[in-house]
Design a binder for this molecule. Sequence first.
Ligand code: HEM
Length: 294
Amino acid sequence: METIEKIKSHYDFTSGDIKNLMSLKPVMEKYRDEFVFEFYNYVRNFEDTHKFLKDEATVKRHQEALKAWFIKLFDGDYGAFYLKDLGKVGMAHVKINLPAHYVNAAFHFVKRFTHDIIHKEIAGHEERVFLERSVEKILEINLDAFTSSYIEEEKKFFLSQEVESYLIQLANRYSHGLNLTLVLGLVVLGVMVMGLFVYDIMHIMDGNIEKGLLSTLGSLLMLWVVIELMDTEIKHLRGGKFAIKVFISVALVAMIRKILVTSLKSDAVEAQISLVAAVAVLGVVYWLVSKVDQ
Ligand code: HEM
């Protein structure tokens, strides 16, 4: 990790910047509450914000921490402790798996917010540009420290970076190979179900129309299942989300097919009742999963 002195020199952060930031403190203090309010309005638009700022207690803690952070930007004290504190904030975000992109986007908001205040409150173009440059520097130093926490976390390896990335690459390829084998297996299965379909149609020709029709319907359902599975697998291979729903629909179809087959035997009433119960349960599970997906 870089020292604060090195970081400050890389951003050309001088005593002039410290003076500028301190002179802005009384102005910024007036906007402390508005800052938090607008910050929340901004990050509320990120899809997963509610997962991180998940309850009132967390929001309250975060808002207080945010207020303190905002005012500290203009405190004039940017020593080793300041950097250590920034590292802690960065780690707090890393620990909750907050996407680094969210932090970057939030900083975009902070830059805009401070820029607007300076434009509203400071007269004189040159003075504004001068102050703005100092605010930009301290925000960039903050973002640098936050980003470093993410990088530090990524640098943690059990063996070594090369060995681990090689293993991950190998596992990735292996899993891709298995997925392709699955697609191939489904293709073979599709051909076999088509054979079954032809065999069932032959039953109709033999004169056993009821058995033939019900069995044909069953094999068509199986063909539909194979198509669904293949479709899901292809979507998965193209990077789509894995659809658990399809497995429930496979079980549902298998049950329905069994009901069709057992309906031919008049003495299988008990078996039919239990199959109907199983279909009802699977139907409810399917409905629940669809609701969660939505
Ligand atoms: C400019 C960007 C941000 C700043 C300056 C900031 C500031 C802070 C600070 C000062 C803390 C307290 C760290 C500690 O406990 O030591 C914190 C924690 C946290 N931040 Fe942020 N944050 C930013 C962006 C975000 C965003 C975009 C989210 C979510 C969408 C977020 C969610 C959280 C959460 C959930 C915690 C932990 C709160 C707790 O449980 O106490 N932060 N942040």
